[in-house]
Design a protein around this ligand. Structure first.
Ligand code: ATP
Ligand code: MG
Length: 535
């Protein structure tokens, strides 16, 4: 290898953000902050308080709430064993060891790795760090009996029945691969999931903190990253951000549904989000929905061979989701399917009518969409979705609905619930597309200084100006005034404060307005007053 090639080899690996994740950078982050600040303000005016939730939760929380048959649970969850690194590595050592039963040393290596794993996992089980459940315990016993037997074979322990000892080598050949395989099934930590959404967590927290004792309903909002292992594209990421709110407890009065929707619309209005369209639907309750789903299933079975494979599968698993299909070829058939509106029970029909009336009183403009169903199982009655402009096919910026019964499903008391989640990434995209994004963040004042005395004065001036709330750029090393002014321009500064030894001894500071190049001299207090007036 030539020296050049060797150098090239040594170049450290370049890292990239993981697929579907991205860095948010200035100046864009200023827009994110504005959006989030607006959410804090608007939601507070509706009496909502912020809840901050863990980013990962036990996997069961999501499987139980979101539903086994949903895309989120089937394909999109980031799930992993929450195991201590050393146990993980010990298990990997067993899995990765190359086993050559004819070589004594290879047998010893596997035996060593197995025993190392056993010591660590036993300690973790004893301390309760790794949970025991009956299935797991049974499996673990099966595995550790195997390890014990393997150990005895290797040392030809006399307690092994003679007929096995006689063919110990054969038994070792059989047990090695078996144990390497079986170890995969030994659980070394509980399963956790990077949250794909936050409603389940809010309900968990409501129960955990006995919030049913508080005045009802409890109104909470949250913001933060969510994780779904989807195919990344515009407006669809694997780490994305949601801003959401939930109303838990109290009644299911239609005015609550309407006020929640009014709040999202007020938020979007304050942000001047363009092309906002609200669609609503009612998907019934535990009584009427199953009957409708059966009707739908029957209707779908009649046209099964005209549907694509996804929809065909959903006839069995989740017929409502067929209504969600975007497949061009299915649209004609879907149009002929029965509408849920005419199959709602009396209570649901009355609730839906009242929600619409309440929206009208509030001046909220909506469109009814009988095909609007939500992707998660827990929704009932009111569902809604909001779209905005500039987003292509991923144009939903908010989804929400009622989920009475979810808290109960998670082990809490019977509790009404309704909420929504806004896709913040898409909200930001839409604001950018319609020119609502801030430009590069400039500086108010760039301080161009030369000379030791001037530097000390510049430091003091920067401190005072910053205290007064101005953004100030203070170059750390001396530069010629020409270069400094060029730099000030590049940074988009509004003013350059010029401090040389002359200015310092005269006590008169030069302020240059960069937009028109005009200059004026000020005493220190006058300068501050002037900036206060003009910025
Ligand atoms: P979609 O139909 O776009 O997949 P969804 O029904 O899965 O949306 P919800 O679970 O209702 O979405 O989440 C609410 C909002 O979160 C969506 O309307 C969307 O704005 C946003 N969202 C969902 N998944 C993603 C993602 N992978 N990337 C960015 N935003 C997302
Ligand atoms: Mg989705």
């Amino acid at each position: 290898m030539s020296e050049g090639a060797a150098k090239k080899e040594e170049k450290p690996r370049k890292f990239h953000a993981t697929r579907g994740t991205r860095d948010l950078l200035p100046p864009e982050t200023a827009l994110w902050n504005r959006v989030e600040q607006t959410a804090h303000e608007v939601f507070a005016t509706f009496g909502f308080g912020e809840i901050r939730l863990p980013v990962f939760e036990p996997s069961d929380l999501f499987v139980r709430s979101i539903g086994q048959e949903t895309d989120v649970v089937q394909k999109e969850m980031y799930i992993f064993e929450d195991a201590r690194g050393e146990i993980w590595l010990a298990r990997e050592n067993v899995r990765n060891s190359i086993f050559r039963p004819a070589e004594r040393s290879s047998v010893e290596v596997l035996k060593g790795f197995l025993n190392d794993f056993q010591v660590r996992i036993q300690a973790a089980l004893r301390s309760g760090e790794v949970e025991h459940d009956p299935g797991q315990s049974q499996y673990y016993k099966y595995f550790s009996d195997g390890v014990e037997y393997f150990n005895k074979l290797v040392v030809k322990d006399p307690s092994v029945p003679l007929q096995f000892l006689d063919k110990a080598q054969e038994e070792i050949e059989r047990m090695g691969p078996f144990l390497k395989h079986a170890i995969v099934g030994v659980r070394i930590g509980s399963f956790v999931v990077l949250r794909p959404e936050a409603t389940a967590s809010v309900c968990r927290a409501y129960i955990e903190h006995g919030m049913q004792q508080l005045p009802q309903p409890v109104k909470l909002y949250y913001m933060g990253p969510m994780f779904r292992r989807e195919r990344p594209q515009k407006g669809r990421y694997r780490q994305f951000y949601q801003i959401g709110a939930e109303v838990l407890g109290g009644s299911d009065a239609p005015a609550i549904d309407a006020e929640v929707i009014e709040m999202v619309m007020a938020f979007f209005d304050r942000l001047e989000l363009q092309g906002v369209q609200l669609e609503i639907n009612s998907i019934g309750c535990r009584d009427c929905r199953p009957k409708y789903v059966e009707l739908l299933r029957a209707a779908l079975l009649k046209v099964k061979d005209k549907l694509g494979p996804d929809s065909q599968r959903r006839i069995e698993t989740n017929p409502l989701r067929v209504l969600d299909s975007k497949l061009e070829s299915e649209q004609g058939i879907i149009a002929t399917l029965p509408h849920i509106a005419v199959h709602l029970c009396e209570e649901c029909a009355a609730h839906y009518a009242a929600v619409k009336h309440q929206l009208e009183i509030r001046g909220v403009i909506y469109r009814e969409n009988w095909r609007l169903v939500r992707g998660l199982d827990y929704y009932m009655r009111t569902t809604f979705e909001i779209t905005a402009q500039g987003l292509g096919s991923q144009n939903a910026v908010c989804g929400g609905g009622r989920y009475d019964g979810l808290v109960e499903l998670l082990g809490g008391p019977p509790t009404k619930g309704i909420g929504f989640a806004i896709g913040e990434d898409r909200l930001i995209l839409s604001l950018q597309e319609s020119g609502k994004a801030p430009a590069q963040q400039g500086r108010d004042v760039y301080i161009a200084w030369m000379g030791e005395r001037a530097h000390a004065t510049a430091i003091r001036a920067a401190k005072d100006l910053r205290k007064a709330g101005f953004s100030v750029e203070l170059p750390p090393v001396e530069q010629k005034f020409g270069k400094a002014l060029g730099q000030a321009d590049k940074l988009g500064a509004k003013y350059a404060l010029i401090l040389g030894d002359n200015e310092v001894s005269e006590g008169l500071w030069t302020l240059k307005t960069l937009a028109d190049g005009s200059q004026a001299k000020y005493t220190e207090p006058d300068l501050l007053a002037h900036l206060r007036k003009s910025l």
